[in-house]
Ligand binder design. Structure first.
Ligand SMILES: [Zn+2]
Length: 433
């Protein structure tokens, strides 16, 4: 059957909500019906309006009592770092040396990469994530593995081979030439295939020579619709070393700008230590940011200033940054985002939080015309949330008087148990069977 209808409560964003009073930016249906045809949204409306008009041969899947929201979008995550999640005691640079690099060395083995990619994509779906922007490792086979796993699940996923040729172990190092050649071959192989896109992925400026950054910039110019994905200004020690390594540059951010890596479809993770000039250039060049609160807290990196990014007009999505982050669950990430902003006197509303996790992430990844909400014609990626999954959510959400209160309690108390089902392009992807 090519048309299926889903009955539940629905919440989605039509644009970025300015506040909890900005009800025109969101739509909430207490008893709604979503009609999906050939993997795309055909219509969303109230059950009383929609049900009488449905053809009798359309199957209605009944999720009454549950809440359906658009599929979550993870704007920054490392699939090879799954096995070093929850590793003790270090900040960024020592954490990379002690945990991340030894783990990534294992991904020269195609079988290791395949097993991790299968587990990772299943975990994304189990946590309600239908799209992600993903770091692989320096090994091209690690990119093949993650794209093969995403292709099998029909996920909208963006990934790329890590580029690094200094300040890293020899067997994780490529060169300017191999970075260019291997990335180009992977772009030709994967970019635009089904729902997959490629991202040119220098790890960060500290691990690339100027020749390699220039090669990455050449690729970014040759392939303007390919993404560029890297880290920026995560940790203060890192920022200090960048100043030594690139003494000619006014700021960390300007290193990337010098090498033509700042443009539409460039996504910078973290962005904790930037000044107004950096923010204005980032905005003017239509680049986007990934806000990774869980990782920033765990690695003690700093506090993301969402208000400053908004004031500069920069598109922002939410990222788990696993393995620096401590959970692949988006509700967990949103709960941490709230706390990071509270420390700066900014209160993240539930509407804006769910915007970051859905339409905001889609817009940051330049996919706002394809995913992120239930506007007719978009790809039908969605999550069925269960607010009775634990005794505490059942109790607290049962007392919530409004959808804003309910969403806020869910992002504060919810976890993977809150995800009842995940659908990818109209097909049930979790739970299996
Ligand atoms: Zn990262």
């Amino acid at each position: 059957m090519t048309t299926v209808a889903y009955r539940a409560a629905f919440f989605h964003c039509l644009r970025r909500p300015e506040s909890l009073l900005d009800s025109a930016a969101v739509e909430y249906l207490d008893d709604g019906v979503l009609v999906v045809t050939k993997g795309c949204v055909a219509a969303l409306g109230s059950a009383s309006e929609m049900l009488p008009g449905l053809s009798t041969n359309v199957n209605v899947v009944d999720f009454s009592g549950k809440l359906i929201v658009p599929g979550f979008v993870d704007c920054h995550v490392h699939y090879p770092q799954l096995d070093i999640i929850a590793s003790y005691g270090e900040q960024l640079l020592d954490w990379l040396e002690k945990y991340a690099f030894p783990q990534e060395q294992l991904f020269c083995d195609r079988a290791v990469a395949r097993e991790a990619a299968e587990f990772f994509t299943d975990e994304l779906l189990r946590n309600g994530k239908t799209s992600a922007l993903v770091f692989a490792t320096v090994h091209p086979q690690s990119v093949d593995a993650i794209f093969e796993a995403a292709l099998k699940r029909n996920m909208r996923l963006i990934a790329g081979k890590v580029l690094m040729d200094r300040n890293c172990p020899a067997d994780l190092s490529d060169t300017a030439t191999t970075a260019y050649q291997q990335s180009k071959a992977l772009i030709e192989k994967w970019h635009g295939r089904e729902r997959l896109s490629y991202a040119i992925t220098p790890r960060f400026a500290l691990t690339s020579s100027e020749e390699q950054l220039a090669a990455a910039g050449r690729l970014a110019t040759e392939y303007p619709d390919v993404y560029m994905h890297t880290h920026l200004a995560e940790n203060r020690t890192e920022v200090g070393l960048i100043a030594k390594q690139f003494p000619w540059s006014r700021s960390y951010f300007e290193v990337y700008d010098r090498f033509d890596l700042v443009r539409a479809r460039s996504v910078f993770a973290h962005c904790l230590h930037l000044d107004d000039k950096d923010l204005n250039t980032l905005s003017a060049k239509s680049a986007a940011m990934a806000f990774c609160p869980s990782s920033n807290l765990f690695l003690g990196s700093g506090l993301f200033d969402l208000r400053a990014a908004r004031n500069a007009g920069i598109r922002v999505g939410a990222g788990s940054d696993v393995g620096g982050g401590t959970s692949l669950n988006m509700l967990h990430t949103l709960g941490d985002a709230y706390k990071v902003l509270q420390l700066q006197g900014q209160s993240l509303s539930a509407f804006e939080a769910f915007y970051l996790a859905t339409l905001g992430g889609a817009v940051a990844l330049d996919l706002g015309d394809k995913i992120g909400n239930f506007v007719a014609g978009k790809e039908a990626d969605f999550v069925v949330l269960d607010d009775t999954a634990t005794p505490m959510t059942r109790r607290r959400l049962g007392m919530a008087g409004s959808i804003a209160e309910k969403l806020f309690a869910l992002m504060t108390l919810g976890d993977d148990r809150s995800v009842n089902a995940t659908y990818v392009a109209g097909q049930k992807a979790y739970p299996a069977g």
